[in-house]
Design a protein around this ligand. Structure first.
Ligand SMILES: *[C@@H]1O[C@H](CO)[C@@H](O)[C@H](O)[C@H]1NC(C)=O
Ligand SMILES: *[C@@H]1O[C@H](CO)[C@@H](O)[C@H](O)[C@H]1NC(C)=O
Ligand SMILES: *[C@@H]1O[C@H](CO)[C@@H](O)[C@H](O)[C@H]1NC(C)=O
Ligand SMILES: *[C@@H]1O[C@H](CO)[C@@H](O)[C@H](O)[C@H]1NC(C)=O
Length: 341
């Protein structure tokens, strides 16, 4: 009887200790890794950055996040990041021969559209997370975003000031087969389109880009690839910073609506034909009040246009997501994930 009771208490205690240990272990391991180490296997496009000091804290105010690029630190890395370009071109290999430490995640990183990522079939069942401009990636690195500022805006600037061209386009890589080239041809048959860039032998220096765009009522923010969420600095930097109303061609309207301010852009798909679009732009430029409405979003609030900067920021951002990543995840078909629309 006594022995039974003792056994009972002891086994209860053991069970308790066991569960307690398990919980603590799971908790520490998965929920609150205090100091996350991110290893970049090879710097994107062969350009390395200094990792001296506490980079994530000093530059981006992200605490408890350590970036390293020495491969010898592989065993202690929580996340190992592989940039797609170098993998596909063969200038970096996956260290599949190294035993992957328990819980370590391998991340696939690319800011290219699917058409430029190559075939990813060989990367089935390798990666645990994705880092891309896509909203459904584990870590989303947009090409740009508008960040609301605290201060109230009292902007009364007339957006018509200095406008001398109706529609402007800046293009260097002109390809006949791009949908944007077709739209441009049809549009320029309806309204005048001023074309800058290397294609038209009218290259713009980076200092001249925004002042030039600011003299246009509309700026064609036409993407070269049409893919889910693929909205580049053409919108964020060129159009919004330049102060022209963007006419966008890229992913569907809903993708733009998810990331850009209400009534701040015109989507090509809003019109039954490019001719209709042209006529709309012409009428809008002549109608001061309705044209101004496309700037209402920045008259209510101040915004800061933030464009994707250096890779260290992207890598540090992993730490912000780290503790909410699923415990277990494998991209069994990365190619299908990348190419899905
Ligand atoms: C950073 O980690 C330390 C422990 O290493 C912890 O005390 C601190 O609260 C953490 N800071 C943040 C902001 O999470
Ligand atoms: C985090 O880990 C790195 C590398 O393991 C180390 O150099 C750094 O001192 C650690 N930071 C903190 C706050 O523990
Ligand atoms: C309009 O052009 C003038 C002269 O080029 C310039 O000084 C002024 O800042 C411009 N205004 C706007 C709103 O761009
Ligand atoms: C990461 O992927 C590998 C390979 O499929 C898998 O064995 C491992 O369990 C995954 N780890 C996590 C944390 O999801």
């Amino acid at each position: 009887m006594k022995r039974g009771l003792l056994f009972c208490i002891l086994s209860g205690l053991l069970l308790c200790l066991h569960n307690g240990w398990r919980e603590a272990n799971t908790y520490n391991y998965w929920k609150s890794t205090a100091n996350v180490t991110i290893l970049v296997w090879k710097w994107p496009f062969g350009r390395s950055y200094s990792l001296k000091g506490n980079v994530c804290l000093d530059l981006y105010k992200i605490p408890n996040c350590t970036l390293v690029d020495q491969r010898s630190l592989f065993p202690s890395a929580h996340v190992v990041v592989f940039h797609n370009r170098e993998l596909v071109q063969g200038s970096q290999q996956l260290p599949i021969e190294l035993p992957r430490p328990q819980g370590q995640r391998w991340a696939w990183m690319s800011l290219e559209s699917p058409a430029h990522n190559g075939n990813l079939k060989k990367f089935a069942n390798i990666f645990n997370m994705t880092i891309s401009y896509r909203r459904d990636a584990d870590v989303t690195i947009p090409y740009g975003e508008l960040l609301p500022l605290e201060t109230e805006s009292n902007l009364v600037e007339d957006s018509h000031i200095n406008k001398t061209s109706l529609v402007c386009w800046v293009v260097s890589n002109y390809r006949n087969q791009h949908r944007r080239s077709q739209v441009y041809k049809e549009l320029s048959a309806t309204v005048p389109v001023k074309v800058y860039g290397r294609w038209n032998k009218m290259p713009l220096s980076s200092e001249d880009l925004l002042p030039t765009i600011s003299r246009c009522y509309f700026y064609l923010a036409f993407e070269n690839s049409l893919a889910k969420d693929y909205v580049t600095e053409k919108l964020w930097h060129n159009a919004y910073k330049g102060g022209a109303v963007p006419v966008v061609l890229g992913p569907p309207i809903s993708d733009y609506k998810a990331v850009a301010p209400e009534h701040s852009f015109i989507h090509v798909d809003e019109f039954s034909s490019v001719r209709e679009l042209g006529k709309y732009l012409q009428r809008l430029a002549e109608d001061r009040k309705r044209y101004e409405e496309y700037f209402n979003w920045k008259k209510k609030k101040h915004w800061k246009v933030k464009v994707h900067g250096d890779w260290r920021e992207s890598l540090c951002k992993i730490c912000l997501q780290y503790n909410s990543l699923p415990q277990h995840k494998v991209y069994s078909d990365l190619e299908a994930w990348d190419k899905k629309g």
